[in-house]
Ligand binder design. Structure first.
Ligand code: KIV
Ligand code: ZN
Length: 512
C-alpha cells in the first residue's frame, strides 16, 4: 500500500480532557502539559474554552504565548461574544491560533437544548464561521452531536461552513453512540456528497461511552478523515475521549494496513501520560493499552520464555517506542545531582534550577530512607514538591499514636493562610483522626468520598502514595500525597485536596 497523508493530531487534553470529573488544572499545570505536548510534536493543542472563566481565558492566552510549534485552538460557542473572547486569548499564537466554534446539529439537541430550527442553526453556524474568519484563516467548525444528525442536513451544514471559511470541519460523536461501520459511512457520505469537501480537513472527535472511541476514530481515518481529536490517557467527559496514545501507536504499529503517518514523537508518550496522571491525580488503570503498568509486563511463564527468546513473539511494539525505560532501577544513595537531573529530563520534566534543587534535597532524604529509587519515586517527588497548587494550607508537623489498645490520636500543626494552628483529636483509626484534625484546623465542610493507599514501588521501604477524593458544593477534587510513612502521605493527600478546593473557589466557571 502506498503512503497516505499524515493524520493531524489535535490534542484536547486541556479542554475536553479537563472536563473529566476531578481533572481541573491550574494555569501552571496546563502550561506543563502544553510543553509536554509541544515536545511530543502534536499538531494542535486545544488549550481551553476562553469565555468559560477568567482562569480558562488566562490559560489559553499563556499557552498561546508560550508554545511555539503546535497550533493553539480555543473553543467558543457560535456567538459573537464567545468568538471575540476566544480570539482575544488566541491572538498571541499569530497564524497558529485556531478559533474552534461549534453548535449542535442533531434534532434532539436543536429541539431540547437550543430550541432552534435547522434554518436557524445553519444561519448561526455560517455567521459564526464568518466572524471567526475575520480574525484568522485557521477556523474549525464542529457540528455538535453530528452522529445523531440527519445526514442530508449535516452535509448542508458542512458545505455551508466551508463556503463561509472553515478550514477544518469536525464531525463529533459527542455522546459516544456510534460504532465503527456507522461512523465510517458518515464520513464517507460527507466525502461523497459535499461538493466542496476537499477544501477543508474533515476531523473526528469521539467519546468513549461504549468503549469505541479509538475504533471509531480509526474507521473514520479509513473513510477519509484527516484529523483526530484525542486526549492523553483518554481522559474526558464521562467515559472519556479517544486516547491519543492508542490511535497514534495503532497507526505506527499497523502501518502495514493503515499507511497513515503522524508527526508525534512517540518516545514522549509515556512521560506525557505520567505527567498528566501526576497532575490530575487520575490514575491510569494497570491494564490500559499502551501506558498501563501492565501494558508491557509478561506474567505467564510461557510468554516470558517467548519474549526472552525473541521479543516479537509476544510484543507487538517495544516499550522504548513510547519512552518506557524497562530498566526501572535508576538511582540510589550515591547518585549525584547530574544523574538525578538527567533522569528527570528523560522522564519529561523540565525543571528550573530552584525546582531542581528542591527536588534534589527531597531525593537525598528519600535515598537515605530507601535503598533503591525508581522512576515512580521521582514522579512522586516532583508531584509532591514541585507540581503544587498554591498552598492555602500547609502541613507543619504531625504526630499520631495508635495501636490495639490506645484510642487513635492525631496531633496536627497546620499553617492556614500564614497562621500556625494546632489541634489533637481522636478518631476511629489513625487516618480518621488525622483527617478530622486537618478538617477542623482548615474549617472545611468538604466531604470525604474516597480514600486509597498504594505503594509506589515494591518492598517494605516503599513510599506510600495516597489519594483522597473530596466533594464540596457538588465539585469533586482529587488530592495526592507520597511519603515513606503512609499516615503522613494520607495527611498530605487530604491537604492537597483542600488546597485544590481553595484554588478552585477563586475561579468562576460557565459550563458548556
Ligand atoms: O464532544 C463534543 O461534541 C465536543 C465539541 C465541543 C467539539 O467536545
Ligand atoms: Zn467532546
Amino acid at each position: 500500500m502506498s503512503e497516505k497523508a499524515n493524520i493531524i493530531i489535535f490534542d484536547t487534553t486541556l479542554r475536553d480532557g479537563e472536563q473529566s470529573p476531578g481533572a481541573s488544572m491550574n494555569i501552571e499545570e496546563k502550561l506543563r502539559i502544553a510543553h509536554q505536548l509541544e515536545k511530543m510534536n502534536v499538531d494542535v493543542i486545544e488549550a481551553g474554552f476562553p469565555i468559560a472563566s477568567e482562569g480558562d481565558f488566562e490559560a489559553v492566552k499563556r499557552v498561546a504565548q508560550a508554545i511555539k510549534g503546535p497550533q493553539i485552538a480555543g473553543l467558543c460557542r457560535a456567538n459573537d461574544m464567545d468568538i471575540d473572547r476566544a480570539w482575544e486569548a488566541l491572538q498571541y499564537a499569530g497564524e497558529r491560533g485556531r478559533i474552534h466554534t461549534f453548535i449542535a446539529t442533531s434534532d434532539i439537541h436543536m429541539k431540547h437544548k437550543l430550541q432552534m430550527s435547522e434554518e436557524q442553526v445553519l444561519e448561526a453556524a455560517v455567521k459564526a464561521v464568518r466572524r471567526a474568519a475575520g480574525y484568522t484563516a485557521n477556523v474549525e467548525f464542529s457540528a455538535e452531536d453530528a452522529v445523531r444528525t440527519r445526514l442530508p442536513f449535516l452535509a448542508k451544514v458542512v458545505e455551508a461552513v466551508i463556503d463561509a471559511g472553515a478550514t477544518t470541519v469536525n464531525i463529533p460523536d459527542t455522546v459516544g453512540y456510534t460504532i465503527p461501520s456507522e461512523y465510517f459511512n458518515i464520513i464517507k457520505y460527507l466525502k461523497d456528497n459535499v461538493p466542496n469537501v476537499e477544501k477543508a480537513v474533515l476531523s473526528v472527535h469521539c467519546h468513549n461511552d461504549l468503549g469505541l472511541a479509538v475504533a471509531n476514530s480509526l474507521a473514520a481515518i479509513q473513510a477519509g478523515a484527516g484529523q483526530v481529536e484525542c486526549t492523553i490517557n483518554g481522559i474526558g467527559e464521562r467515559a472519556g475521549n479517544c486516547s491519543l496514545e492508542e490511535v497514534v501507536m495503532t497507526l505506527r504499529t499497523r502501518h502495514d494496513i493503515m499507511p497513515f503517518g503522524t508527526n508525534v514523537v512517540t518516545e514522549h508518550i509515556y512521560a506525557a501520560s505520567k505527567l498528566l496522571s501526576t497532575i490530575t491525580g487520575i490514575v491510569v488503570q494497570p491494564n490500559k493499552a499502551i501506558v498501563g503498568a501492565n501494558a508491557f509486563a509478561h506474567e505467564a511463564g510461557i510468554h516470558q520464555h517467548g519474549v526472552l527468546m525473541e521479543k516479537s513473539t509476544y510484543e507487538i511494539m517495544t516499550p522504548e517506542s513510547i519512552g518506557l525505560n524497562q530498566n526501572k532501577l535508576v538511582l540510589g544513595k550515591h547518585s549525584g545531582r547530574h544523574a538525578f537531573t538527567q533522569r528527570l529530563t528523560e522522564l519529561g520534566y523540565d525543571l528550573n534550577k530552584e525546582d531542581t534543587n528542591k527536588a534534589f534535597v527531597r531525593f537525598k532524604a528519600l535515598a537515605d530512607a530507601k535503598k533503591e529509587i525508581f522512576d515512580e519515586d521521582l514522579d512522586a517527588i516532583v508531584a509532591d514538591e514541585i507540581i503544587r497548587v498554591p498552598e492555602t494550607y500547609k502541613l507543619m508537623q504531625m504526630n499520631v499514636s495508635s495501636g490495639s489498645f490506645a484510642a487513635p490520636t492525631a496531633t496536627v500543626e497546620l499553617e492556614v493562610e500564614g497562621k500556625v494552628k494546632k489541634v489533637a483529636l481522636i478518631g476511629d483509626g489513625p487516618v480518621d483522626a488525622t483527617f478530622k484534625a486537618i478538617k477542623k484546623l482548615a474549617g472545611s465542610k468538604a466531604r470525604l468520598l474516597n480514600f486509597s493507599v498504594g505503594a509506589i514501588t515494591g518492598g517494605t521501604d516503599a513510599q506510600g502514595e495516597c489519594t483522597v477524593r473530596l466533594e464540596l458544593d457538588g465539585r469533586e477534587v482529587l488530592g495526592q500525597g507520597a511519603h515513606p510513612d503512609i499516615i503522613v502521605a494520607s495527611a498530605k493527600a487530604y491537604i492537597n485536596a483542600l488546597n485544590k478546593i481553595a484554588s478552585k473557589q477563586k475561579r468562576t466557571t460557565v459550563s458548556l
